[in-house]
Structures are given as C-alpha cells and as structure tokens.
Design a protein around this ligand. Sequence first.
Ligand SMILES: [Zn+2]
Ligand SMILES: [Zn+2]
Length: 195
Amino acid sequence: MNDPEFPEDDHDFASHSGDGGGEESAGPARPIPVELHSFYEDRPFRSCTRCGEALEFFEEGYRVSKIHRESEVLFEYALCLPCLKNLYEESSEESRERLMRFQMERYREVSGFEECVFCDTWRPGEGRAEYGLIGICLGLDLLESNLVCGGCMEAMSALVSEQTRKSWDRFVEENFPGVPAGFEPMPIRGPVSLV
Ligand SMILES: [Zn+2]
Ligand SMILES: [Zn+2]
C-alpha cells in the first residue's frame, strides 16, 4: 500500500494504542482493536451492515463506527466502501459541502481514541456523554482510527439538510430499530479517505 496521503510519521498512534510499541517500521496497518469489534458478536465485524457482503473481500477497505452514550454502545455498524459512497451520494450536495468544509477546517493530525479528531476535547470519562469511535479497516487490519466527541457529532448533524437527515434516518431505522434518529454515518475525511 502506497497511499501518498497516509502520514509517514504515525508514532503518535503507536503510543496511543499501546499495543506493544516499537513497531513503527511495520507499516500503517495493525490489528483491529477490541474497541472496534462488534459488541454484539464479540469479534471483528464480518459483514457490511447495509448490504451484508463479507467485509474481508473489499480490497478498498471498510469503516467501522461505534456510537457510545455514557457507558453503553448505543449502536455500531460496519460499512463497505460502496455502501459508504451510496450513503454519501444520497445526501444533498449542500450537506456534503458543509460537512466537507467542517471536516477540512477542523481536521487535526491525531489518531486513536484519546482525543477528538475535530476539536481539543479529550475522551469523556466512564459514564459521561456521548462520543463516536471510527476505524478504517482493511481485512483484519486497522489503517486509521479516530474519536469524534459528542459536541462535534452534534455540530455535524446540525449542518445537514432535511433531505440528508431523512436518508440517514432511514439507514438507522432500517438497521437499528429502536435507536433514536439523528446520528452521523458520514465518512470522515482523513489520511485514508473513503470519500
Ligand atoms: Zn455494503
Ligand atoms: Zn470534538
């Protein structure tokens, strides 16, 4: 993998993930951490939440998202690249532009689950607030991971149009009956872009 956008210096990530360290030369990929495993299946995600295809066959990777509220996993999903693109394309152009601008303006060069990728909020303590964990994965490897704090999730949610919100809500309704609508399943634009 020679993605020119991937930062060569990923020492920060290694220190955050605390997975033994000293493996900077092993390349950007590392095993998917337990925090990004499916809580319900108690193992890494195997299939796309939307289309059901086996994730290991997507050569361009997939995205895992887990939304926590207080100490529980509110909901979680894994989306293959084609499904992510479809969700993105179902959003209005205005929403896409606003979200892209928000993400481009605020994107910070941080990886891992310690601090928000869009602001300087640190991960809330146990039993507090809401936050999202996101991992860009390829097979059983993690390429990039980020935390988005509750405030930034809300801010992004406020940027989208009625039409976009409806299409996201439909995704949530179809896949997570009983979960309140209004969450953000959009791709995060980072070093490994899935847009
Ligand atoms: Zn899919
Ligand atoms: Zn934030």
